[in-house]
Write a protein that binds this ligand. Structure first.
Ligand code: 5GP
Ligand code: ZN
Length: 115
């Protein structure tokens, strides 16, 4: 855990959040500023700054994160209607919080495609 990291503090329970999933390795909670009826953030509990710091050996971690997103989409009732997974990396990629996270967004017709 990185003491000054917002998402590490959320995953540890030190900062309250609306938790919707938790296991030994991942934590998922509702975004504080939702962009759609469903807006969930899925994070690894282990601190990783961004996708840039993911090694080849961590491909399973990324795979599991996407599978959790898929299952949460089902649980949220948006699997059929559709949803978007967003992974922002770095400042020009729109990443604000430097702890790797996957956005699961859905529940309405989403605008645009990319960028
Ligand atoms: P990014 O722009 O880094 O990809 O996404 C960061 C997300 O974290 C934003 O959608 C923002 O609304 C969300 N966020 C920032 N601070 C908090 C917080 O304290 N609690 C929760 N639940 N979400 C947060
Ligand atoms: Zn962190």
């Amino acid at each position: 855990m990185v003491e000054e990291c917002l998402f590490c503090r959320i995953a540890s329970g030190e900062i309250r959040s609306d938790v919707i999933y938790q296991d030994d390795e991942f934590f998922a909670f509702r975004d504080i500023n939702p962009q759609a009826p469903t807006h969930v953030l899925i994070i690894p509990i282990t601190h990783v700054d961004s996708l840039n710091e993911i090694s080849d050996q961590q491909e399973n971690l990324m795979g599991r994160m996407v599978i959790i997103a898929k299952k949460l989409a089902e649980k949220e009732g948006i699997a059929k209607s559709g949803y978007r997974l967003v992974l922002n990396c770095g400042s020009e990629g729109g990443q604000v919080v430097p702890h790797l996270h996957l956005h699961l967004i859905g529940g309405r017709k989403l605008n645009g495609k990319i960028g």
